[in-house]
Design a protein around this ligand. Structure first.
Ligand code: SF4
Length: 180
């Protein structure tokens, strides 16, 4: 006997021969399962990300195995590692080169807050220079935590309105970072 279980249909209006939902939901679902991450890895957290990409954890299960090392072909910026103040403008430029819609995942204590490096040369959190959508705590976070953070991004991508990025709130957020 087969142990395959049929999952419930996603929320929508069902009837004989049809299923109706909204464009927002369909596009959100498609986007969330085809994210192209740009790994901006500068130190040890990057190694943990490599483990997350490996066959044991396999980020490909989430449709995100296609890493992009070109900002113009990426929609999820994953920042992992210590970001020095000298590196800050480079990170910001990479963010600016990404097209909308784009999301940012800050992985590990260093990227989130400077971590143990409370020094004159280290940026005390990447949100000082670019907006961040999800933070993953830990030093380093385990691959399970990375996957959890990634799933939080997926949830955000699925639920945010297609027009969120045109809203005055979003424009205000970008303006607070000096981004047009
Ligand atoms: S958070 Fe810890 S593991 Fe990650 S880059 Fe910083 S020092 Fe390394």
């Amino acid at each position: 006997m087969s142990d395959i279980k049929i999952v419930d249909a996603p929320p929508g209006v069902e009837g004989a021969g049809f299923f109706a939902t909204s464009v927002d939901k369909v596009i959100g679902m498609a986007r969330s399962y085809s994210l192209w991450p740009l790994p901006f890895a500068t130190s040890c957290c990057g190694i943990e990300f490599m483990a997350t990409m490996s066959p044991h954890y396999d980020l490909a299960r989430f449709g995100a195995e296609r890493l992009s090392f070109s900002p113009r072909q990426a929609d999820l910026l994953m920042v992992m590692g210590t970001i020095s103040k000298k590196m800050g403008p480079v990170l910001r430029q990479v963010y600016l080169q990404m097209a909308e819609p784009r999301w940012v995942l800050s992985m590990g204590a260093c990227a989130c807050s400077g971590g143990i490096f409370d020094t004159y040369s280290v940026l005390q959190g990447i949100d000082e220079i670019i907006p961040v959508d999800v933070y993953i705590p830990g030093c380093p976070p385990r691959p399970e935590a990375v996957i959890d953070g990634f799933m939080q991004i997926q949830k955000l991508v699925q639920t945010e309105s297609l027009r969120r990025r045109d809203t005055p709130e979003y424009q205000k957020l970008l303006a607070s970072y000096g981004i047009q």
